[in-house]
Design a protein around this ligand. Sequence first.
Ligand code: ATP
Ligand code: ZN
Length: 295
Amino acid sequence: MSEERLRIAIQKSGRLAEESVELLKNCGLTISRGRDTLYGRVQEMPIDVLLVRDDDIPAFVADGACDIGVVGENVAEEDRLAGARETPAELVARLGFSRCRLMLAAPKEWAWNGPASLEGKRIATSYPGLTRRFLAAAKVKATPVMMKGSVEVAPRLKIADAVCDIVSTGATLDANGLRPVATVFESEAVLIRNPASFGPAKQTIFEAFMKRVEGVMASREAKYVMMNAPRSAVPAITEVLPGAEAPTVLELAGGGDRVAIHAVCRESVFWTTLEKLKRLGASAILVLPIEKMMA
Ligand code: ATP
Ligand code: ZN
């Protein structure tokens, strides 16, 4: 009997590709790619990686061609809104990379008075579902015009009056005489899964994989903080440390009033945090990155 393997779809090349591979790498998984450019095999766990165009990922995952996938939430949500599938892929985790915004952009010469300015207009977009949902919420009647690429040229070509597109710097919009006017959707990379239940072998692999993903996500912001401080300041210092549980308090050699405090902070540690610690009497403050973490 052939061994069961979990199949994960990631983008082959583009704005999600590199960080998707990086996520797997941070999970301790290396992809070995042979001559086949579509398939990769993970050595460390029974996982196969399928390298595809991002647009295909929701369908592959929903239909069970793949078990899980990494894709932009904009693409996953648009697929869900299109309603083409009985059971669309399920969102399991937000991954914190490839953050971007789907925005409405209008010709610069328009006097923008909010979404009402779009009444009766045509809006070129690759995201008709998300655009329609935004318009409905704003109680505006306008028509999304589906375009696969080069959406920003539509107004110049008189195909549409405005556009709804992913914006990063706004330079492309600017070059086409457009300016962003409203945010329709804020997106980041997400992990999606096939909605059907996995068999027990696959479920076990899935759970082990998710444990690692959660560990990677948790350790991304987390820091190990160490300092020396007066014993009496321990409660106040615990208050200041962001997202820390009970810190470890250790005796310093030679005894005395000062102790060493060690804590795992689950949220970002800023310079202002260090300044507060200093004011509470802390010295020799060290903030160290955490490579791996498991609850
Ligand atoms: P493919 O060839 O796989 O179809 P594509 O050209 O459709 O790729 P990319 O431009 O690589 O797609 O974008 C993939 C995803 O990355 C988008 O759906 C979005 O979620 C996210 N993304 C898009 N633009 C940016 C950006 N400027 N910064 C960060 N993430 C972005
Ligand atoms: Zn694409």
